[in-house]
Ligand binder design. Structure first.
Ligand SMILES: [Cu+2]
Length: 301
């Protein structure tokens, strides 16, 4: 590099400055990081930004929001990293430098820029997130099916309803119940809108099916609802996404999306197995809640 390097140690006691090999490393590292993820089979997953393959009518909307957020984040990242590297290289200490560089302060245009740009970014994020969230949380007056999901430490109960838009105006048809050792399977019909009515028997849980790209919390004493249409048949994993105690990690369930005919047949099968109607009350709220919350839970249903 510089011929002055040989005599540097004689008059400079500071540690050696980064040299050519460090500069090469700085250039190669981002390339190496990019290259590791570009095999053919993972290209589709990269396109989705690491999201699982979608299976609900919200998939496209959520994926687009996620991809857009990544694009903005990478643009901001590239700008910040670019300015950092440019400053590091452009204003590095040179062999001929002596003493401190000129000290500057206050640059109104730059300060105005880094105040307004983040505000604009946050407002754009907020707009698109709020728009998509209100679309996704919309419920119709006449869903095709109604399912009540009841969280409990540490498993799930599913009550299948028919003939209305919620639990209050529908008839309980059949139920499924699970334990941490035997996770239950929730059946859903492909291509039909399903109203989910979420309740908890004890503490806060969260109903999460990664392939639906959707989750919503379950609270004791409060009913949450959302509507969703499964778009493809298959077996999917579901889990609790709210830490709820010792066996939270075992609070799993399966989601089996089938044709509407198979869905009806499954309800028939449950009835034949003696699982008709709603889950019996003796499996209801567990000890640990005070009486007012217990009665709210029972009174609502
Ligand atoms: Cu839980």
């Amino acid at each position: 590099m510089s011929p002055t390097g040989t005599s540097r140690s004689a008059r400079d006691t500071s540690p050696p400055r980064p040299r050519r090999h460090l500069r090469a490393l700085a250039l190669l590292l981002p390339l190496a990081l990019l290259a590791t993820g570009c095999s053919a089979e993972s290209r589709e997953e990269w396109r989705r930004g690491g999201l699982p393959e979608g299976a609900s009518n919200y998939t496209d909307r959520v994926t687009t929001l996620w991809q857009g957020s990544w694009v903005v984040a990478l643009m901001v990242g590239a700008l910040v990293w670019g300015l950092i590297f440019w400053s590091v290289v452009r204003f590095r200490r040179r062999a001929t430098d002596t003493g401190l560089p000129p000290q500057v302060r206050y640059n109104v245009p730059v300060e105005a820029l880094y105040t307004t740009l983040p505000i604009i970014v946050v407002l754009v994020f907020f707009y698109f997130t709020a728009r998509d969230q209100s679309e996704i949380l919309e419920v119709s007056d006449s869903p095709d099916r109604v399912v009540q999901v009841v969280g409990k430490r540490w498993s799930w109960d599913f009550n299948y309803f028919q003939g209305g838009s919620g639990v209050a105006d529908s008839e309980a048809v059949a139920f499924e119940t699970g334990t941490p050792g035997e996770p239950p399977t929730l059946y859903l019909p492909q291509g039909e809108s399903v109203r989910f009515v979420l309740d908890s028997r004890d503490v806060a849980h969260s109903f999460f099916v990664p392939n639906f790209l959707f989750k919503m919390d379950l609270y004791p004493g409060r009913t949450n609802e959302f509507e969703l249409t499964p778009t493809r048949t298959g077996l999917f994993q579901g889990r609790c996404a709210e830490f709820c105690g010792l066996d939270h990690s075992r609070m799993l369930f399966n989601v089996q999306v089938v044709t509407p005919e198979e869905y009806d047949q499954h309800l028939e099968d449950l009835i034949d197995r003696g699982q008709a109607g709603q889950l019996p009350a003796e499996l209801g709220p567990k000890p640990g809640l005070d009486d007012s919350r217990q009665s709210t839970l029972e009174g609502d249903q």
